[in-house]
Design a protein around this ligand. Sequence first.
Ligand code: MG
Length: 383
Amino acid sequence: MVIKKIETFILKDKLSKSFFFSQWEYSERCICVVKVTAEDGTYGWGEGYGPAPVLEAGIKLLEPFVVGENPLENEVIWNKMYRKTLDFARRGILVASMSAIDIAIWDLKGKILSLPVSTLLGGAHRNKVQPYATGLYFTDHKNPSRDFEEEARLYISQGFKAMKMKVGLGIKADVENVKKMRSVIGPDIKLMVDSNHAYTLREATELARKIEQYDIGWFEEPLSPEFYEQYSELRQKTTIPISGGECEYLRFGFQQLIKNKSVDIIQPDICASGGLTEAKRISALASANGVDIIPHTWGTSIGIHVALHFISNIESVPGRMYQPDFLMEYDQTENGLREKLTFPSIEMKDGYIAVPDRPGLGIDVDEEVLESFAEKKTKKIII
Ligand code: MG
């Protein structure tokens, strides 16, 4: 059995209301998803994280190295894609293109073998994960945190036990917002903060020290991702765990974060950092160095399912009889592609999401919905 064709789709969802964070404003979601089909008609879906048209161009470049290959040999295909692009794209969007194809191949492999991706990864250590709500973005330039309280209360009413808020407006405003959020959600809900690399070391240190008293689960991307040593310095100066890695690629990038003792938690985006094949290796690296791994997750329901299967397979280090819940990032901002693109839909029950035991990622794409979101469809049939 060989791979016969690769199709890409650029999907767009215009938001009813834009939102922003420390770097820029979102007014639409635009995502590249990929379908990889084998010669018997079995297919798998994947998605990449990053600018969709560039991702699509990358997938087209990689296509000849994938078509004609055996979809059960995901590592062999991965290595071909990697070696063919190594000389000019060791990091960045082309790795995200590889990731999208790799994920579709895992889905396809699971469907060929009638096994869930979690089983292919080596098995599910847990059959449910605890999603944390990613939201609390800024909505109004005059009063950026205007909707925070209402939104936080909504998450609690939906059963979330953890949520992540944006910081990065400036230290004074951030401290006020964090203080307010802690008082709104009470002491029992986990609260994390994310500045999307908005601060210098001096600023991040000041902010961390001022919000330590509010029991912060982690401070995500406090500094620019290039400053590995400054991350390490910041860790020495605060009791808040430091996380990062959503701008990092491949095991080699994560080795930099780990070698420099930059973070307590690495956050690879599986749809960008090398796909499931590479995420498994990054996970081994984290485990060998005693660093936690909680993937960055964004995009459509395909990406959410990738994270569900992957997190179910992460080994607990250290092991103990009563294991802590494993967290999964679950974006709650407006996104029709997350809500409508695949079926069955994602269901959160009592604050947990079950890991599907259906073949592959355990979902299928509703092709009518796909067409309705598709900006353009690029179809290329090989052979
Ligand atoms: Mg983040």
